[in-house]
Design a protein around this ligand. Structure first.
Ligand code: NAD
Length: 359
């Protein structure tokens, strides 16, 4: 029986609630398909600050880097909001990404047909569903480029800078993901103005012949922001730089209408991937059995697919989630107004329903 080492970081707020359910689903998958998932729970965020004074203790990073994959709940909360920037819980996220050398963020924006009422777009626009994968560069570009200010504070600058290898590794993930999906990749940039964007296009054009089945297109970021709300169904994979990806992935997740459903993966070359729901620690509902665990459970599906190459098992989780939604079960956040009360369930029951649907 294969054994996989998973570091879990429950973190703060609803983090422990959703990680518990996600591990339950993983165990059910292990039992059904003959894998052994071995968890090591580590501290990060506010929970780590309370115990050690640091948002990301050295031991946590060491354990994460030595694992086969890392599953994170969420960090942060009002208790730690007044700490200085480098001592805040969210600092753990940057430390983890940097320390684990993950450079690409994969964010699916999926609108489940059962939840289409929550989509803020008109039915004639989003009626055919929504299934976009945004592949965002995570460790370069303007967020990490040279920056500065004139001494008299009369000017400040930030620099967008990309090397060919940095672009190539993102596009490779974009092309490979497109091959597993609907075989379309749109590179989003600002090539009418930015030199770095023109380099992204040149690299794309050089790599495209290696993926003849993938239909490549290019779009300026201002147009992409507009097209996401006008005709989101046209997109399959979007590959883009750090800042454009940051903005567009939030926009794309908002149009699905359900942040409690959206998963994400951050990947590097050989090391473990980092998997987490896109939502935060939801302190307003922490510990009340109200959190939707499905985004974390779907993050486990990504973990199985991208870190362990277990496609069948990943699909089994995704199908189980669909089955539970088809049967009408909802947590409060995805129930909508006037939803029948007897079909609204808590965190634990939702986890149990997914496990039942896996059988
Ligand atoms: P949030 O995502 O935690 O919550 C926004 C709203 O969505 C809240 O009303 C919350 O109850 C609801 N919500 C979120 N996830 C839910 C779920 N799974 N089920 C049901 N409802 C859910 O965002 P916020 O309120 O802006 O931030 C709260 C804290 O989380 C802050 O400290 C913030 O810094 C932190 N945060 C952490 C991460 C992370 O760990 N990756 C990401 C974003 C925010």
């Amino acid at each position: 029986m294969a054994t996989y080492k998973i570091a879990t970081i429950p973190g703060d707020g609803i983090g422990p609630d959703i990680i518990r359910e996600a591990c339950g689903v993983m165990d059910a998958i292990g039992k059904k398909y003959g894998h052994n998932f071995e968890y090591t729970e580590v501290l990060a965020g506010g929970a780590a600050i309370d115990k050690t004074g640091e948002p990301l203790p050295e031991e946590t990073l060491k354990t994460c880097c030595a694992s086969d994959a890392v599953l994170l709940g969420a960090v942060g909360g009002p208790k730690w909001d007044n700490l200085p920037g480098n001592k805040r819980p969210e600092k753990a996220l940057l430390g983890l990404r940097g320390g684990m050398k993950v450079y690409a963020n994969l964010r699916p924006a999926v609108m489940f047909k059962q939840l289409s009422a929550a989509c803020p777009l008109k039915p004639e626009i989003a009626g055919n569903g929504l299934d976009i994968l945004i592949v965002r560069e995570l460790t370069g570009g303007i967020y990490f480029g040279e920056r500065g200010r004139k001494e008299d504070n009369s000017e400040a600058w930030d620099t967008e800078r990309y090397s060919v290898p940095e672009i190539e590794r993102i596009l490779k993930l974009g092309f490979e993901s497109a091959m597993k999906r609907r075989k379309k990749m749109c590179v989003v940039d600002k090539a009418n103005i930015l030199e770095s964007s023109r380099l992204w296009r040149e690299v794309t054009a050089r790599m495209a012949p290696n993926y003849p089945e993938v239909e490549v297109s290019y779009m300026y970021v201002d147009n992409a922001a507009m097209q996401l709300v006008r005709n989101p169904g046209q997109f399959d994979v979007i590959a883009t730089s750090n800042m454009f990806g940051d903005i567009l992935s939030d926009e794309a997740s908002q149009i699905t209408g359900s942040i409690g459903m959206l998963a994400s993966a951050s990947l590097g070359d050989d090391g473990p991937g980092l998997y987490e729901p896109i939502h935060g620690s939801a302190p307003d509902i922490a510990g009340q059995d109200k959190a939707n665990p499905l985004a974390t459970i779907l993050s486990c599906a990504m973990l199985l697919r991208y870190s362990f190459n277990l496609d069948k098992e990943a699909l089994a989780i995704e199908n189980a989630v669909e089955k539970v939604l088809d049967a009408g079960w909802r947590t409060g956040d995805i129930a909508g107004k006037d939803y029948p009360a007897d079909k609204i369930v808590g965190t634990k029951k939702m986890g149990a329903l997914v496990i039942e649907a896996l059988q």
